[in-house]
Design a protein around this ligand. Sequence first.
Ligand SMILES: [Zn+2]
Length: 292
Amino acid sequence: MRELPRERWLTYKQLLNLRNQETNLKSYEEIKKLEPSLTWLNYWQIKESYKVNKKEGFETKDTCWDRILKADKKIIKLLYQQLLMWDTEEVQVKEVMVKWVKEVGHSINLAEWEKIWKRNLKFTYSIELRENWYKIFYRWYITPERLAKFSKGKGDGKCWKCGKHNGDFMHMWWGCKRIKKYWQEIQKEMEKILQIKFDLKPEYFLLGITNFHMDLNTEKLFTYMVTAARICLAKLWKTKETPSVEKWTVRLIDIKNIDLLTQKVSQNVSTRQWTDWDKLRQYLKKDKIELL
Ligand SMILES: [Zn+2]
């Protein structure tokens, strides 16, 4: 969760607007200009500690802010506790979590959310992968349903793929027959590569929440594979098409190349932690594709 490196944390001076002796926290957009990698979650964290500080008076601002930064508890835990207390004002994160829970059909506990946040941010250091993760979690993809609501009269809100059903978020990512077929194909290939069996569940492919055992390397490959599959789908978002398995494979090879390159240039990663892509190599060999 703590994606901003410590040395880049903004100071209160940067975060506040001073007008007529009154201090106010800058808006998300204003702060985002200062720190482009800021997420909504970061902003809420800042906002909450600001609220506390304001109540307590600003003499204590540094200590309180510091306390939150140094807190051993994982940030998402703090946020989650906060989220449960909030009413309707800042419900976005809570709302998306609730929506996800509704759609996967069972509760997702805090430990699971924490695990996928960590997993997704740890493995997806490339901007494109990370962007896809954020967008899917926050449900930022514009759906036919939303588009029809915004632009009255334009579009009937029907799914771009099948043209029949109402194009809401879950239909566009999972429920549509044509999309489902794509996920089935991806699942089949993933099972072949990873040599494990797993069910076709939206939380596995969309959120990366899994409840079956994988070793760390398999977990990494799994994350890359489902992310690659989502990116392929997002690339054809407003079209009738669904991606082919070949497109997905090419994307996966891309990710592998970037992954290996990043590891090679990174001083911090010891060779023991490098991703082992051998399973993908073996799988592609059968199709006479030789990997570097
Ligand atoms: Zn459809």
